[in-house]
Design a binder for this molecule. Sequence first.
Ligand code: DGT
Ligand code: MG
Ligand code: MG
Ligand code: MG
Ligand code: MG
Length: 281
Amino acid sequence: MANSKFEYVRNFEQPDNLLPNTWIVVRIDGRGFTKFANKYAFEKPNDRRALDLMNAAAKAVMSELPEITIAYGISDEYSFVFHKSCVLFERRSSKLVTTIVSTFTSYYIYLWPTYFPETPLSPPLPSFDGRAVCYPSVQNLRDYMSWRQVDCHINNLYNTTFWALIQQGGMGNLDAEELLKGTYAADKNEILFSKFGINYNNEPEIYKKGSVVFRAYELVEPGTHNAAAEADGLAEPVQQSKNQTEIDKKRRAKARIVIEHLDIIKDEFWDRRPWLLSNKP
Ligand code: DGT
Ligand code: MG
Ligand code: MG
Ligand code: MG
Ligand code: MG
């Protein structure tokens, strides 16, 4: 069919393909979840149902998008990592972000009654924003993941102490805030232990470490493999054959997806799961 006189408007569309051969992280975050958490009376500082729901939605996103290598979640946010060789949607940023945001939101709402059977959702319904960022090296990607996990730790230690002072110490919000101003981690640990007999180390791992979602294959013995060094190697082919890509995709689609609460800052997590960063995704 001949082009219509309207067809030229297509030229206004801008390409937004992300840099090739870089790790893509799509991070989504709940919109106005401070208010949302109050509306549904989320427990403070952590509501296990809310975190389990976030994790279930993230797991569903991963099974619908086998190209996702690993995901990491804390609070109302989730980061989804695409392997640097991924060519899904020609690496178009808006396609990747909007697909993840809408798939995640759909599942969050769909699964809500499973985790909050007593409190049906009512408008305004939960929604999420999202962005995509490219990281050129495995080191950059690992630093990104570490940044999020450190954030989880800092926030959780603060929130655990803050709410202990209020809920168990009978303090007002402002007084608790004032007391914690300028304190270090050691001070908060000390307050928790001396005032409330809480050993922070014994708090649930899901609160202290956040949640890691990935495909489970057989673990490698510690200390036998350096995934990061290999994956950053220069000799590897950037693109693999289409056939191999299809085989890998099928293998990933069949793999079991697990949710764990592990340290992702140290090497061990990555060394024992070389497939996460490997050149054969
Ligand atoms: P935003 O992201 O700019 O639209 O604004 P918010 O309000 O979503 O702020 P954000 O994302 O920086 O912080 C997440 C909020 O969600 C934070 O105020 C605490 C709340 N939240 C997340 N998980 C829980 C939970 O398990 N229990 C409670 N009580 N609140 C939670
Ligand atoms: Mg935000
Ligand atoms: Mg938020
Ligand atoms: Mg947030
Ligand atoms: Mg279409």
